[in-house]
Design a protein around this ligand. Structure first.
Ligand code: GDD
Ligand code: MG
Length: 338
């Protein structure tokens, strides 16, 4: 069996972090988030990573860490279904599709067993949320069958509070629903068509946790949940730490000076946080300098930036360099309709 990990897209909601890193390479407790998905797969499942933007970072990570995964490139983003079609020649039967920006307790083995038992054409994992308008929402029958799938509906039109949790088990014939070499959305085109055709389309709910790491606040939340699961107050790589840390992670080669207080922060590699800096709910990408006494709240600092002495910043994204070539100004794919 193969698992196609959807690791393309620009991750625009996570800019400026994604100006320099592919979204699946953003670290969670100092490990790229894609590694959590790969570790959750049952033995023997072949990993295929469908990627475009900055795919060379993924290949490099797999090579350096002896991870057995194949990167299938798209010249340009083909959408969530187009990317799967692009990997068709590597698929030899029922297969998995996984969004790469999700951290969850979904048991893949049980998920696959459920799909087989139901003799489903497609099974998708489901999770209840409040902010349904940001997700794909389903109408689930008591027997587990899904009669309707709507991507990002306005809240009052959502058929339930159960959303697509971003893991699918599919029969190989699903590939016949996807035209080749085109931008095709699984959620907006393929799922509704399969349901319309009356194919057995099932939903699988599970317990534990599910976190969408697609935006800054949920990225910080995911870090908090993983720290709690490990019973840790903070997590640090090979770094020099003299300040105080709460629910935060620090990469390698950082210096956190005296008097610093970090609360719910994610600090990547090679950062210097100078004396008496206070930060809350902040993400700081690689090789940044935060100078003495700065006060930062809900701030995301892009790679290689410097924040001056005594700065007071709230609710901002810091990036003072040109945008990477070809990076879209707006979210493409499946934006929320407001
Ligand atoms: N290879 C490839 N090519 N991957 C892509 C492309 C593409 O063109 N576009 C998006 N992806 C990847 C993203 O990297 C992500 O892992 C996944 O496909 C889903 O895309 P997102 O852009 O993150 O979509 P979303 O968060 O708005 O909505 C999706 O996820 C929700 C759950 O978090 C949908 O699947 C919703 O239905 C779902 O509820
Ligand atoms: Mg997402």
């Amino acid at each position: 069996m193969q698992a196609i990990i959807l690791a393309g897209g620009y991750g625009t909601r996570l800019a400026p972090l994604t100006y320099t890193k592919a979204k699946p390479m953003l670290p969670l407790l100092n490990k790229p988030m894609i590694s959590y998905l790969i570790e959750a797969l049952p033995n023997g499942v072949e990993v295929i990573v469908a990627a475009n933007y900055k795919n060379e970072q993924l290949q490099e990570y797999f090579d350096e860490n002896g991870i057995n995964a194949m990167v299938v490139k798209e010249e340009k983003p083909l959408g969530t279904a187009g990317a799967v079609k692009n990997a068709e020649k590597y698929i030899d039967g029922a297969f998995l599709v996984l969004n790469s920006d999700i951290i969850s307790s979904l048991n893949m083995r049980k998920f696959i067993q459920y799909h087989m038992k139901k003799k489903a054409f497609v099974t998708i994992s489901l999770w209840p949320v409040k902010n349904v308008e940001e997700y794909g929402v389903v109408d689930l029958q008591p027997d587990g069958r899904i009669m309707r799938f709507v991507e990002k509906p306005p809240r009052h039109e959502a058929p339930s509070n159960l959303i697509n949790a971003g893991a699918y088990c599919m029969e190989a014939e699903v590939l016949d629903y996807i035209p080749p070499k085109k931008f095709v959305s699984m959620e907006m085109e393929v799922f509704p068509k399969i349901i319309d055709d009356g194919k057995p389309f099932y939903g699988y709910t599970f317990d534990g946790y599910w976190i969408d790491v697609g935006r800054h606040s949920s990225y910080i939340e995911a870090t908090r949940v993983l720290l709690k699961k490990k019973g840790l107050k903070y997590f640090a790589g090979k770094s020099e730490i003299k300040g105080k840390l709460r629910e935060s992670t620090i990469g390698d080669r950082c210096i956190i000076h005296e008097g610093v207080m970090l609360n719910s922060c994610i600090i990547y590699d090679g950062c210097v946080i100078e004396k008496n800096v206070r930060m809350e709910n902040c993400i700081v990408a690689d090789n940044c300098i935060i100078e003495e006494n700065a006060r930062l709240k809900n701030v995301v600092v892009g790679e290689g930036e410097k924040i001056g002495k005594n700065a007071v910043i709230e609710d901002e994204k810091i990036w003072n360099k040109p945008l990477p070539v070809g990076y879209p100004r707006k979210q493409i794919g499946n934006p929320v309709r407001r």
